[in-house]
Ligand binder design. Structure first.
Ligand SMILES: NC(=O)C1=CN([C@@H]2O[C@H](COP(=O)(O)OP(=O)(O)OC[C@H]3O[C@@H](n4cnc5c(N)ncnc54)[C@H](OP(=O)(O)O)[C@@H]3O)[C@@H](O)[C@H]2O)C=CC1
Ligand SMILES: N[C@@H](CC=O)C(=O)O
Length: 436
């Protein structure tokens, strides 16, 4: 589309929930600032919702329950998708792009499956597709990876990218708060997804890992490529035990290049709750805050930190994208253009070197530790630390291993579960943030 100076930029918003309501508020409250940043006024043309009867802070005539018609309107230049979910969001974005509208979305679930399709549609239509808000709420991390680091080689992107689970784990750790109550509070504060299973089972963090891996490594990674474990099995006892090892527990998303001995490169993308040392920078990221650590060949280590969830922090990122897309409409230009995407293979979790923390209830008799250690030696996994606690029916053994392929580590756990001396393996978590 040709640039058209001195005109109004029409914006359609799909969804007026936690994020959409804040986007609508900012477009109205900050109209003068936005006009000067874009070089033209941004005008809200309509907002699509499901339930027209719900009370909302917006003129009723701007509301519609017909998003198909809204995205195709001639006076709409930019469509901001904040409905969530795959359908009908995917079709609506496709329609918007095909009608020459630029699109801003925060929909990580959709992007983790369909970025390739949507980016191609945007390129064909020569319009923008921006999604800064899809990863880590207010934190600028998508644009730094796509633009600022486009000339570097990123080796690793790892961090805390789900606010809800970090809010829950922090509360459990700091005050012993109840899991279910804290999850409900995360919903009330606008952090949790419409279906919070996406948060607590790690689907949301996995979607974000897929997006981060794709843009960091210039290869297509989808949610199905990401190894995923959530926080539902993490107990207050795990958090207490972590403290004894000067650690805490965080849900981590880790994306890295795996350099194989034959020079081949693969991508590992994984999400799981892990112990990290209290001295690690991610250990002090609490509540709904997120942080992402990027390691690049020339830039070295960069850390991005801020509010990872909630209506207004996320709306900030959405508005940033909207201003960029609006500037391009007014002054011409398009960007950031996507890289030429490679197709690097995915390294399965089995092949990735990890460290394990294993807590088990054991028989209180001589020789148990030697027997347990024998199972690790058989599989070439070495034990880094051992703690024996309690006695009688409460006898426990806690082990921390050195780095070894995850398959070998999980085979050790399976062997423990078959041993007479081991009454119950009560907790298995990985340990990250250490070199060995
Ligand atoms: N909340 C957060 O902290 C963050 C959210 N995101 C993402 O932003 C998006 C929006 O999240 P959030 O605001 O929390 O979600 P909400 O569930 O609060 O809001 C969704 C909105 O979309 C509307 N909607 C849903 N389906 C339809 C449909 N078929 N037709 C018309 N309207 C529809 C709903 O209408 P109605 O009001 O009538 O029900 C509601 O207004 C999601 O993709 C989410 O993953 C990204 C980063 C952070
Ligand atoms: N439910 C998500 C919202 C932001 O992406 C989260 O908790 O991080």
């Amino acid at each position: 589309m040709n640039p058209t100076p001195n005109r109004t930029i029409g914006v359609a918003v799909l969804g007026m929930g936690n994020v959409g309501a804040e986007v609508v508020r900012i477009i109205s409250d900050s109209a003068d600032d936005l006009r000067s940043r874009v070089g033209a006024p941004l005008e809200l043309r309509g907002v699509a919702v499901r339930d027209l009867a719900k009370p909302r802070k917006i003129a009723q005539e701007l509301l519609t329950d017909d998003p198909e018609a809204l995205v195709a309107r001639d006076d709409v230049d930019i469509v901001v998708e904040l409905m969530g979910g795959i359908d009908p969001a995917r079709g609506l974005i496709r329609t918007a792009l095909e009608h020459g509208k630029s699109v801003v979305t925060a929909n990580k679930a959709l992007l983790a499956e369909y970025t390739g399709e949507l980016a191609t549609a945007a390129a064909d239509a020569k319009v923008d597709l921006y999604f800064e808000a899809a990863v880590a709420g207010a934190i600028p991390v998508v644009r730094p990876l796509m633009q600022s680091l486009a000339g570097d080689t990123v080796e690793r992107v790892a961090g805390i990218v789900n606010g809800t689970t970090n809010f829950i784990l922090s509360a459990m750790d700091e005050t012993g708060a109840d899991y279910a109550e804290t999850l409900a509070e995360a919903g009330r504060l606008g952090y949790a997804e419409a279906d919070p299973t996406a948060d607590v089972e790690g689907y949301d963090a996995a979607a974000k890992a897929a997006i981060l891996a794709s843009i960091a490594f210039h290869t297509r990674v989808t949610a199905a490529d990401v190894h995923r474990e959530g926080i539902t099995a993490v107990t207050p006892a795990d958090l207490a035990a972590a403290k004894k090892f000067d650690c805490t527990v965080k849900l981590l998303s880790i994306c890295e290049r795996v350099h194989d001995a034959d020079g081949r490169q693969r991508i590992s993308a994984r999400v799981y709750p892990a112990l990290i040392p209290l001295s690690h920078p991610l250990a002090s990221v609490n509540g709904a805050f997120n942080a992402v650590v990027v390691e690049a060949d020339n830039a070295g280590r960069l850390m991005f930190y801020g509010q990872g969830a909630g209506g207004s922090p996320t709306a900030s990122a959405v508005l940033g994208d909207t201003v960029m897309a609006a500037r391009n409409k007014v002054h011409g230009g398009r960007g950031p253009l996507e890289s030429t995407y490679a197709s690097l293979p995915i390294a399965p979790i089995d092949d990735v070197p990890t460290r394990y923390y294993i807590s088990m209830k054991v028989a209180d008799r001589a020789g148990v530790l030697a027997q347990v250690a024998g199972e690790f030696t058989k599989r070439s996994v070495s034990i880094a630390a051992v703690r024996q606690e309690g006695a009688g029916d409460d006898a426990r053994l806690i082990l921390v291993t050195h780095r070894a392929p995850d398959r070998a580590q999980s085979e050790c756990v399976a062997a423990l579960e078959d041993m007479d001396a081991v009454i119950k393996v009560s907790s298995v978590l990985r340990l990250e943030g250490t070199d060995d």
